[in-house]
Write a protein that binds this ligand. Structure first.
Ligand code: ADP
Length: 237
């Protein structure tokens, strides 16, 4: 299997020469590709992806107390309360697989979350790296409004950039594709609004704290090309 086939550097030199644990923060608007990049980084670095969105959806799926408390917020595209999310992250980071590092996707999203993370990372002596995926507004809108999902297997498609073989039908299951509840137009507007008002300002907070922020242009390149850029940044650490 060649490196290009697996899409990430696994067979050559290790991605990182030093053993210092790495806290990678993938930062960017909804639709900027954080989840996709997180998955590629998991393969390359062997450290876990921690996606607060996925964790919250899992609680909703299980129908437990946390899930019931947050369900309406996710449906409306509004941020969940900081103490709920901070506790989920704190517990997750205490698990053994996060000892050597982790990749945060969708966290922190508010000042209170950024402060919590700052303390957690400082207490562990991790090297923190903020990767800011920069994507044009129009591209974001096209990605979010074009997203379709298979209700059976969860595979994601996009009507323009990753269409199924038969329009509106899952390649794998043959099921009719759906628009996820939080991909409806009015909810997309809420999610982007929450990003602009509550999350984007964290870039200033990170700068004021002296953290390195790496802007990575992720508007038009393929996910693999974006990943190569991130990989090069990590090698420099
Ligand atoms: P996206 O980045 O595309 O909006 P996510 O899966 O990261 O998708 O988030 C989906 C929803 O989950 C958000 O709209 C919000 O309601 C909730 N959520 C996820 N992460 C957080 C967080 N760190 N703080 C508050 N709410 C969150």
């Amino acid at each position: 299997m060649s490196k290009t086939e697996i899409g990430v550097e696994r067979l050559g030199e290790p991605l990182r020469a030093t053993s210092q644990a790495l806290a990678v923060v993938l930062f960017g608007s909804p639709g900027s590709g954080k989840g996709t990049q997180a998955k590629l980084l998991v393969q390359a670095l062997g450290i876990p992806q921690i996606s607060t969105g996925d964790m919250l959806r899992e609680h909703i799926r299980k129908g437990n107390a946390v899930g019931t408390a947050v369900e309406a917020k996710l449906k409306a595209g509004i941020l969940v309360k900081d103490d709920v999310v901070n506790e989920l992250v704190e517990r997750r980071l205490a698990q053994p697989d996060a000892e050597r590092g982790f990749i945060l996707d969708g966290y922190p999203r508010t000042l209170a979350q950024a402060e919590t993370l700052c303390q957690l990372v400082a207490a562990r002596g991790f090297n923190e790296l903020v990767i800011h995926l920069v994507v044009d507004y129009n591209v974001i809108i096209a990605r979010l409004t074009g997203r379709r999902q298979c209700p059976v297997c969860g595979t994601l498609y996009n009507v323009s950039s990753k269409p199924p073989r038969v329009p509106g039908v899952c390649d794998l299951e043959g099921a009719k594709l759906i628009v996820r509840e939080d991909d409806r137009e009015e909810v997309i507007r809420e999610r982007l609004d929450a990003y602009e008002k509550q999350t984007r300002p964290l870039l200033d907070y990170f700068r004021a704290k002296g953290k390195q922020i790496y802007d990575v242009d992720a508007s038009h390149d393929s996910p693999e090309r974006v990943f190569r850029k991130i990989e090069a940044l990590i090698r420099e650490q």
